[in-house]
Write a protein that binds this ligand. Sequence first.
Ligand SMILES: *[C@@H]1O[C@H](CO)[C@@H](O)[C@H](O)[C@H]1NC(C)=O
Length: 178
Amino acid sequence: MFFKATFLFSLLATSLALPTGTASRNVEKRGILQVQNYSQFQVSGGVAGNALTEVNAKFPINLNNPGSVDAEDLAILKAARKTAENAETKAGGFNEAIEAAGGEKTTTGRALQNGKIKNKVLKLQLQVMIAQIEAAQGKDTAAKLADVTKKLNKNVETDQKNAGQLSTTVNFQGTSQP
Ligand SMILES: *[C@@H]1O[C@H](CO)[C@@H](O)[C@H](O)[C@H]1NC(C)=O
């Protein structure tokens, strides 16, 4: 009895020791992405037409090997996605700015609408990245991936139809800090 209890205790002690080792290794940053402000990772300024390429340049994640993406990078992608969504719907975001400009038919509103579409490409491509990484890590994201890919393709198409038109961003306060 005594030996059995000791043996179990030592097994328990070993398994308790493991997470500590993992945590100390995480202190060393292995990801490739930096925490940024929305103003740095947004793609809505300039002109319409290249939103997807611009997003991929800002978030150079290796989607050929999504299983290799660092946990910290995944957390940054998730935080950036949330901020991109807020930049559309929350105070100081695109919807509010378009309304203040008199709707998307005015010159200012049109450019903001182009920026909003580019921001949707940002948000949706981040969601596609997240779903692919999580799938490679064993999570069932098939339905989610199909849904966000469809929405992404639709907005990429709209952005390409707008190619060359002026696109305006919003001075939205937010970050990709997890
Ligand atoms: C984000 O913006 C704030 C306020 O302007 C600034 O203090 C901070 O350094 C910026 N963060 C990064 C990562 O550049």
